[in-house]
Design a protein around this ligand. Structure first.
Ligand SMILES: Cc1ncc(COP(=O)(O)O)c(C=O)c1O
Length: 537
């Protein structure tokens, strides 16, 4: 007998506990999305069929994790659960001081509130949004130095998460090492498509930072997935175990921030780990103020247990193979249907290039936001916009188009199966077939930072609600819209899609407007379209 390479993706686990997911109608989803201010973050999770908003804290835990949680020690100080957690973090990362935090951004808060000051610069291959926000909150600048290959979504390059080390050198020369409290490296690089960073790049960036006496800190959220990519893509690591690769990577750094909600395989938790005794002492002082006593730091004893076990499970080869292959499999299906995605597929998500898929929506009408809403309307799928809504607002209040407008479909760990992925591919293909019906969006309300979490939006060109704050993004002038409508060929399909999208109270507006142009059905449709959006032209 010969061994064979199966084509099916076998989940390396059995399911012993199930959670129903709810099917809904298009009308129900339209109502839910409108109620959520056209922001999928504001949807109720029960209204979502396949939830790919994030891979953060959404994974399924193993029986071993649950066993550890039941046996946890909930003592306020010195709990044995903390020491198991500390041991696991030290074993995997090699860092001396382990400072627990309730999630990644809490670790970022402690670190940057301790080390960052106004006028300083913190370079990175690319900062995640919460990292950036914490740096900017201290008055420092978060500077992204992604490698040039990351800017071309179609380029098939194995380590698109790398930092541009020459740009780091220039930054250090220009800013001066004294004004750089740390160099960060995010593995994998979430803001650049979940792309991995090579060991060679970590080594080069670390050597440069250390040569200037600058601490080198890893944002380690997806360290295990990064280790898998190094094993499978970087020559010389084929035979190494993921845990050996991870240890080598951490040995090049002076500390890390970690959201254990990712490769900690936990629903909550995180940590800051450091080698420097004095810095660790200062961070612990702040931790007591904001997170709690240093042996629990915002986590319950059972959370500490879940992470202590989860860090090892994330490094299991069978698990990593299944996880990375599931994402690659979806990527293959989309590429076969000519859907533009960031290539090659990364660690935790497939990123659809919405700007390329929807060229009829201008970047400041947020094509990725629109595509994400379309996925929800058509198939009950929730992803997240990683583009100009997330990154466009500048600290000085101006609006800048993000480098890319992507929809990220992030996979919770050990939750969905191959048939879920097949369904997902069907939904994406269907939305692509209906893409002419997708409108651009404008922002109605936004918070000063991280606006994508709580902001509300509307299809661009829709009538303003009373007291609606005007979006500072450029919206097309009514004149331009009329011009567009007069040249466009409007379909009845578009009309019914609009009617479905807007509740009866709003339809009046549409019909009232149409009266100015006559009562015929077709004319009414034309005016409706011109009033609501440029998207279908
Ligand atoms: C790269 C990266 N850093 C930091 C964070 C923040 O972690 P948390 O959500 O646990 O606060 C995230 C979360 O998605 C992330 O992807």
């Amino acid at each position: 007998m010969k061994t064979f390479e199966p084509k099916s993706i076998i989940e390396p686990f059995r399911v012993r506990s199930v959670e129903p997911i709810r099917f809904s109608t298009l009308e129900q989803r339209e109502a839910a999305l409108a109620k959520a201010g056209y922001n999928p973050f504001l949807l109720r999770a029960e209204d979502v069929l396949i939830d790919l908003l994030t891979d953060s804290g959404t994974g399924a835990m193993s029986s071993r994790q649950w066993a550890g949680m039941i046996a946890s020690d909930e003592s306020y100080a010195g709990a044995s659960s903390f020491y198991r957690f500390e041991h696991a973090v030290q074993d995997v990362t090699g860092f001396k001081h382990v400072i627990p935090a309730h999630q990644g951004r809490a670790a970022e808060h402690i670190l940057f509130a301790t080390i960052a000051n106004p006028g300083q610069v913190i370079p990175s291959n690319a900062h995640f949004d919460t990292t950036r926000a914490h740096i900017e909150r201290q008055g420092a600048q978060a500077r992204d130095l992604p490698c040039v290959q990351s800017q071309d979504p179609k380029l098939n390059y194995p380590f698109k998460g790398d930092m541009d080390v020459d740009a780091l050198r220039t930054t250090i020369e220009e800013v001066g090492a004294a004004r750089i409290p740390a160099v960060m490296m995010t593995v994998t690089n979430n803001a650049c498509g979940g792309q991995p960073v090579s060991m060679a790049n970590v080594r080069a960036a670390s050597a440069l930072a250390r040569a200037h006496g600058i601490p080198f800190i890893i944002d380690a959220c997806r360290f295990a997935e990064n280790a898998w990519f190094i094993k499978t893509r970087e020559p010389g690591y084929e035979g190494a175990k993921p845990i050996e690769i991870a240890r080598q990577m951490f040995s090049l750094a002076d500390g890390c921030t970690m959201s254990a909600k990712k490769d900690g395989m936990s629903n909550i938790g995180g940590f800051l780990a450091l080698n420097d005794d004095q810095l660790a002492a200062r961070c612990r002082n702040l931790e007591i103020l904001t997170e709690g006593f240093p042996t629990y730091g915002g986590m319950a004893g059972y959370d500490l247990e879940a992470v202590a076990q989860g860090l090892y499970e994330a490094l299991d080869e069978g698990y990593l193979r299944y996880r990375i292959r599931s994402i690659e499999y979806l990527g293959e299906k989309l590429l076969a249907a000519a859907i533009p995605i960031v290539q090659p597929t990364g660690g935790h998500a497939v990123y659809i290039d919405a700007r390329a898929l929807l060229p009829h929506i201008s970047p400041l009408q947020y094509p990725a936001w629109s595509l994400n809403n379309g996925l929800y309307l058509v198939g009950g799928v929730r992803g997240v916009e990683i583009g100009s809504v997330m990154f466009g607002r500048q600290p000085d209040g101006s609006e800048r188009i993000a480098a890319l407008d992507l929809v990220r479909l992030a996979f919770p760990r050990r939750v969905y199966t191959q048939s879920h992925v097949d369904y997902l591919a069907e939904v994406i293909l269907e939305v692509a077939a209906q893409k002419a019906d997708l409108p651009g969006y404008r922002i109605v309300e936004e918070a000063p930072v991280l606006r994508h979490f709580t902001g509300t939006t509307r299809p661009a060109g829709s009538a303003s609600a009373p007291n609606e704050a005007r979006s500072r993004a450029s919206t097309p002038s009514p004149r331009r819209m009329r011009k567009a409508s007069s040249t466009s060929n409007v379909t009845l399909r578009w009309c019914s899609s609009l009617r479905r999208q807007f509740p009866p109270s709003r339809r009046k507006t549409v019909i009232a407007r149409s009266k100015r142009y006559g009562s015929g059905r077709e004319k009414r449709v034309t005016i409706t379209q011109s009033s609501w959006t440029l998207a279908c032209t």
